[in-house]
Design a protein around this ligand. Sequence first.
Ligand SMILES: [Zn+2]
Ligand SMILES: [Zn+2]
Length: 380
Amino acid sequence: MTPTTQRDYYEILGVDRGASVDDIKKAYRILAVRYHPDKNPGDSESEERFKEASEAYAVLSDSKKRDRYDRFGHQGIGGQDFSGFDPSSFGDFSDILGDLFGFGFGDIFGGRRQARSGPRRGRDLQYTLRLSLEEAATGTEKSIRIPRAEDCETCGGGGSEPGTSPETCTSCGGSGQVMFRRGFLSVAQTCPSCGGAGRVNRTPCSACRGNGQVENEANLQVKVPAGIDNGMRLRLAGEGERGRGGGPAGDLYVVMAVKVHDLFEREGSSLHFELPISAFQAMLGATVPITTILGEDQDVVVGAGAQPGEVIRLRSAGMPDVNSQRRGDLFVHLKVVVPQRLSTEEKKLVEVAANAVGEVVDPAGHEGLFEKLKRALGSE
Ligand SMILES: [Zn+2]
Ligand SMILES: [Zn+2]
């Protein structure tokens, strides 16, 4: 190596000896952007600067190496120069350059990336399934249609006309990558002839235009267990997008969207239900028949003297739990309804009852508080 590698590392990066790792990183980043060989093709001075900065960064960003360098100078790190230095041992080193230039640090130093032609797993798909609360309570089986890419039947997914197959790319010899030399750097790039696949399809299948897959609609049966709740997902393994090149298929996630019910409000495996009862039923007590979410007939026994908002709990009349299948409870909230109109006879009877308990009532019953106020204020 030339003596330029023996320049002081701190001086190369333009930081002082007490600089933090962050400062060192920042300084290196700036230099790396300025002197990167991709930005300065054929400029050996830039290349030298880049190499120098990289070496300085490699040492100063490593606390052990930095410590040895601080104490013993270049001798302390074994006179290590760029040619002997392994970039793959510096994790965040490749991060820094990777996100700057879109490729890993190993690429610059001749490291080879894997060709992109290997088996690829299909993408996961998602489907929203709308259910009524009744369906969620009983469990159900639904047939759904999923648009997804399927293997082409004509070519069996290979993408070539039947009887033919893709040939190995002559430009890259099948590796999917070609190497460029730039001075001391060897840069790997995706092969432009085959796009990285390593193989060239000279007789593309006419049914799928060489794609190997066609858009299709898959018909699937989804078994929904009783007690499923809004937002829960069912995973149908292998029912997502088909894999490529022999890769596994992705999964299908069916997301539950349970519609809001007119009568029942759900809270986990509990259900809430508002039961209107008349003032008479509240006073005297009553047995009111209702139908549960599972369609069972059940009696709600309202005790005499029930109050508005009182809650009656019916055990095991709610939703089943999706895991244990144990039923939750049904909470019946009483809503006491006062009759808006009474017949003359009813009115008399109620007045008798009111008088019996010594209540002060207005037998005329036609003047509301507002009218009374208006009269009292003399506005009429
Ligand atoms: Zn095809
Ligand atoms: Zn190629």
